[in-house]
Design a protein around this ligand. Structure first.
Ligand code: GLA
Length: 384
């Protein structure tokens, strides 16, 4: 029996005085390449990680949802007939928002009692919010036997985050939390919402490092980047920056205001880089993939201006360690995590270099996660 499931079971008994009927989970994610491309209808390559958000739950006969958070040691109670944002239990806005989005889409929901617990670090850029949303959709889907397919689950979760929580994120985090596949990253086309599963290469390992620098996505910087991309697309006369390739961009860039051109250049080149790097992975060229990760970081730092000195330091330390093939910030940026690719036999040396040098150079403590690619959201069937 996993200790996390046991802890959920015990907390459920303590809170609600009975046994939960079932458990659901949804994972966080790390994006390997393709940053700030999703809301430009472009390409991304994330994988679901082995950290997730879980709920133990049982249906209720009324239209109430009662949830106790093990992480926050708080209870939230709300009615499915009166869904409002709350500032008191901010974590529950993701659950409330998902209920709101599902009902707006016409689904009839069942109330429930639940205990929620997660080990996706909060605010670190590994998508604890998306994991909470997808765990909630999975709960409502199972309780009401709702016909919500995994892509729709991702879209409704994004709607919850965009329009209820108020964060204008793209589709990547919710999509991978919903559709992730064990052993694979997903190449997602954020326009068609089709994906291709890309097997993770052997002989290498992705190393995720949390810089310890926190900066919420609610920050206006993210929305400002989105607005600059929209302005660029509009001036270039295209639906989205996805429609421009690097060669076309060279011819058109001079017509754009300099800052808008700089932001757009990142997006246009990053999109091309995703396809280039996936082709490299598919022919087993992990070195070429690593170089694209490096280029992605430089572009995010210099053109898109979403890095942070702590992230640059982490990337520098990783890159200087022998056996590291590439390193970049992952997620929105401004803080959060980096992801690095290392030959398996050198992983320990890269980890040691980070543990040793990063605190010395920044005064911050890194959290290091080694994760393979895991499956997306679902009801927990076996002991997990
Ligand atoms: C955040 C958003 C995603 C995506 C990334 C940047 O994680 O939630 O939709 O835009 O930033 O690639």
């Amino acid at each position: 029996m996993s200790s996390r499931i046991e802890a959920l079971r015990q907390a459920f008994r303590a809170q609600f005085g009975g046994a939960p009927s079932f458990f659901v989970r949804a994972p966080g994610r790390v994006n390997l390449i393709g940053e700030h491309t999703d809301y430009n209808e472009g390409f991304v390559l994330p994988m679901a990680i082995d950290r997730d958000v879980r709920l133990a739950l049982a249906p209720r006969a009324d239209r109430q949802v009662h949830v106790f958070s093990l992480n926050f040691q708080q209870t939230d109670r709300f009615s499915l007939d009166d869904l409002q944002q709350t500032e008191i239990t901010a974590w529950s806005n993701y659950l409330r928002g998902v209920a709101w989005a599902l009902q707006n889409a016409g689904f009839t929901l069942t109330g429930f009692d639940a205990v929620i617990e997660g080990n996706v670090p909060l605010g670190s850029g590994l998508s604890s919010s998306a994991a909470t949303e997808l765990a909630t959709v999975t709960a409502f889907r199972a309780l009401g036997n709702l016909a919500v397919d995994p892509v729709q689950a991702a879209l409704l979760s994004q709607t919850a985050e965009n329009d209820f929580v108020g964060v204008k994120c793209g589709i990547m985090d919710q999509y991978i939390s919903s559709l992730g596949q064990a052993g694979h990253a997903l190449l997602i086309d954020c326009r068609s919402l089709a994906y291709e599963a890309v097997p993770l290469p052997t002989g290498v390992q992705f190393i995720i490092v949390d810089s310890g620098v926190r900066r919420g996505l609610v920050d206006s910087a993210y929305n400002e980047r989105r607005a600059q991309c929209e302005e660029g697309a509009q001036r270039l006369g295209v639906t989205a920056l996805r429609d421009v390739d690097p060669a076309q961009f060279e011819r058109l860039a001079a017509d754009l205001p300099p800052l808008v051109a700089q932001r757009c250049r990142h997006v246009v080149e990053e999109n091309a880089r995703v396809l280039h790097s996936v082709a490299a992975l598919q022919r087993g060229d992990v070195a070429a993939f690593g170089l694209d990760m490096d280029k992605s970081h430089v572009s995010l730092r210099d053109l898109y201006a979403v890095s942070h000195p702590a992230l640059d330091t982490l990337v520098e330390i990783a890159r200087a360690a022998p056996g590291c093939l590439g390193s970049r910030l992952t997620g929105a940026g401004f803080g959060g995590c980096t992801v690095s690719l290392a030959l398996t036999e050198h992983v320990q040396a890269v980890v040691d270099a980070i543990r040793d040098e990063y605190p010395r150079r920044t005064g911050l403590t890194p959290q290091i996660y080694l994760s393979g690619a895991e499956a997306g959201a679902g009801v927990i069937t076996a002991e997990a």
